[in-house]
Design a protein. Sequence first.
Lengths: 245, 470
Amino acid sequence: MDDYDYFRAKKNRFQPKTPIAALKAYKAGFLPISVFTYKSGSTKPLDEKPYDIEGIERLLSRENLGLETNIVLIEIFEDLIFSEDQEIALFAAESINIIENRYNSKIEKLKLNSEKIESTKVSSKLGRLFFELAMLNNERDSIKKFFLRESYQYFSDIRKSRKLSPEELNTLIRILIELKLYKNAEDILEKEKSELSVEYLFQRAELLFRMGQYAESRNTCYQIQNLADILTDKQQMIIDYWLGI
Amino acid sequence: MITERMNLLRKMVEIFFLSFTLFLINLLFPGNYGFFDATINPYFFTALLTAAYYGRLFGYLNLGFSIIFIMIPIYTDLNLIVYWQFLWELASIQISIILIIIYLLGMIHNSFVLQIKNQRLYMKKVSLDKNRLQKELSTVSAVNRELEERVLRQQDSVTALYTQVKAMHSQNLSKTLSALISTVQKFSWAEKASIWKYEKESKKLVMVANVGWDSDDVLNTIESIDSTINGWVYRNDRIFSVRMLLEYENLSQMDNKRNILTFPITLSNTIWGVLNIEAMPFAKYNLYTEKLLAILIDLAGAAIERASEYEALIEYNEVNPVTNLPSVSQFFTFIGNEIRKSSENQSIFSVILLELTEFDELIEEHGEKRIYKILLLMLDKLHSLSGNTIDFFHYKEKNQIAIYYPNIDYDGASLFCLESLGVINSYKWTINDNRVVLDVILGYSSVGSEDISSDDLLNLAENLLDMQKV
């Protein structure tokens, strides 16, 4: 029996649709592990047309989806809204609502909490959620900007009471980049930085790049190269490109 | 350790009381003191049982306790030493045998204990392994779920690239360029990008497609090839990357802050135009993106060339105003050219004729525009089925469409026709929510290894159509 026997005798065997189902089938002894390997390597990206509605539905049913996944889903649903099939168009509209409602209910819950406890932690979470909502509304500029400003307000409030954490600072810089307020972002970055870290330098290089100050951006890349012992592959790729390595 | 000692003590007390109980029972039988007259001596029997159950040591201990009780002279007047001598003579052989049996039973007991101990250790190990594996499996499941999500949401995968490249194949150059620029946006996260075509007449670069442009950008849609970076890329057939501004003074002088990455678009060794990325995230500005976009542009070259050729060939005054498909005369010219190219390059292609039956009745019932609309939807589905490689033309009759399918022979055309009929028959065609039955017949012929004239090629396909009408 080789790894391909499953395909040869496919008609008589259980056919899992997802890698998770294949893994469960392997666990239960129904299928060989090669099916799981095949399914894992053959997963079709969600935004590939024709859309796999079942797959989209399955992913949407997971409650705690990350921002990146939600962005992809929203892009797909915004396309599907114009589907000739009315059922699919309706499904797309409802799905957008589901994603937005998930954010809204989280925001409502946090707002209720923030009335009880005056906490910068809650503000931080609210700021992040508004930022994510803005990113989901990438195609609707006015709504996007509204959410970005809401988010900015929360982080500004936090700044009045304490220094921002690296994650909060990163989100705030992203907000200002989205609003194209590069100079403001640079000022805040200078004020809020706690140490000369790789993250800070990358943010600085990005802002300089956005402002068209390429020589300074390259100098910052030199600084990163000298400062960092270990960089991630992606970071190293950027540095190598700038330094011509 | 304490538990073990307590356990040992409990067993000793148990054995003592067992022997003591037998001793008390034995008191009820004064004529058989020591149970020596019994076939099986309970004192010795319990010693054997103890040895089998608790092991050799406890067996001997039980025997010891029993012998001590038996040695108490209760029902005799004999002198103690004499009494013991009497007992020894009476039971020495039995005791010796019992001692040996206890030893053997003890050995068997130890062997079983060892086996059980080993099995326990094994079971413990198996249980630990099982727990570890279960943990590992749940972790793998969680990781797999995360990876699946990552794969599902990835937008720059090879499969996505393949789909996008397929989407670039179109008869319409604008559609091809629009597909190219959206692919570029997808793979580079470009916030602003544009495609510029070189116009021979004006000797300038003209913007033909863009993404992310705002009202200010639209003011600059024509560029000189002498004083711009786009022009420099066009003239030198070289990729421009913004970091080059730090090295080359001439480029700095041309820079108008609208070029991050700029690529020449080359078709059959001729530079057609340039693709310019004007704004993109810093994180995507790297060698990987540069190479990926270079590959993408190379792959798009064929589609742009084909769409350009098609546009050059098709005269727009001969396009059907309702369907926007070229007329039959253009099809004849096109096929004539393709047959000539085929004999030069030894390439193959097929022609498929599609006929919608009961066309007049359908038009009478629903109107020409609606029927053509539904026909176009059908052609769109066939276009997707072919992987966006086919071109459509009107044919001799109003209800006939000619399909040009490059790079497939007779077998491939036959399979495509079968699949097309499957797609057409399985789809629910509706006009104003009313079901419409579309009956379609297909005929096909191919240009392969042997030379064939366009008349013969089309006659073959027409004959197949006619055969189905009989």
